[in-house]
Write a protein that binds this ligand. Sequence first.
Ligand code: MLT
Length: 408
Amino acid sequence: MAQVNGNYLKLKAGYLFPEIGRRVKAFSEANPTAPIIRLGIGDVTEPLPEACRTAMKGAIDEMGTREGFHGYGPEQGYLWLREAIAKNDFQARGCSITAEEIFVSDGSKCDSSNILDILGEGNRIAVTDPVYPVYVDSNVMAGRTGDADDAGRYGGLTYLPITAANGFTAEIPTEKVDLIYLCFPNNPTGAVATKAQLQAWVDYARANDALILFDAAYEAFIQDPELPHSIYEIEGARECAIEFRSFSKNAGFTGTRCALTVVPRGLMGTAANGERVELWALWNRRQCTKFNGVSYIVQRGAEAVYSPEGQAQVQALVAFYMQNAAIIRRELTSAGIQVYGGEQAPYVWLKTPENLDSWGFFDHLLGKAHVVGTPGSGFGAAGEGYFRLSAFNSRENVEEAMGRIRAL
Ligand code: MLT
């Protein structure tokens, strides 16, 4: 019989969102007429921007001709898309990132897990607590952790608590770590980091030869012009950071699938013999072996995000979801619930009322208001007693959900 990867047996529970889905399914089977509103998983609900649809339709028609047909594309993504990304998302903000340093992919979830392929086993890894569960689970699966304790914390990981007391931005570790996962705007708390805060992380990483894995999947939701959208807006970040970006949340590509990872040239890691090795070359090698690129049609759709119409449509989508977030914040606050986030991010992080634990509040909300959210404890032990509501839904559903919560 084939042996299984025993690391999978260390995983504490099912992946958070399928687990929520399982509980909601059981509830709706038992209560088939309950009108459930989903503010749990951060999945977009508004239609794809017209500019993207038009571009994808054009690409499909091209594919129907011998001259316009595209087979395997470049594993790194088509140059025209990588150039548009480099120019609009990075160079326009003063970041010296080139098209060559951009790797187009089918998702930040996959990339932030797959990056472990090129990183060694001996790294000391720091994650925030609470955290996007993919960073932790992918390390568990890759055998980079010990077992979990009763609170669900894995041996070998350094947990950096993010709490109301530190404004939900983690403190710089006092010990030396080699890999640091940061996500700003933050999933799940909706917190943001200032340039000074990110500078402190970059300074730490450079002083300790550490690598920052920076997840900027929610950067489009930043409203404050002073806040950085990219780690590369910070001096020295090219020497110590990889960044993940996505078209999922800004342009509604959660089902269409397109994202990107930035690996700067000259960003180095260390081999076992102490030799310095360029991470770009390893990631390029990994992608060429294990990935065949994103479809031509989808890449044409992503390129259209950068057209003037695409930019206007994406901004309108972001504004729509941020108005939802403002409604959620306002209504929960007037219901006496303590809220955080939701001002520069599509997630509102709230303190569960009456000291309910996170799953207790989940059951209460689902059972009484038929509203689905995400229990804070699902993001880590320090998320216990908190709860996340996503602003990704129709205005009607958000208003209805808030009305029901206020009536509880
Ligand atoms: C979330 O709800 O946290 C997100 O949907 C996760 C993701 O984008 O994978």
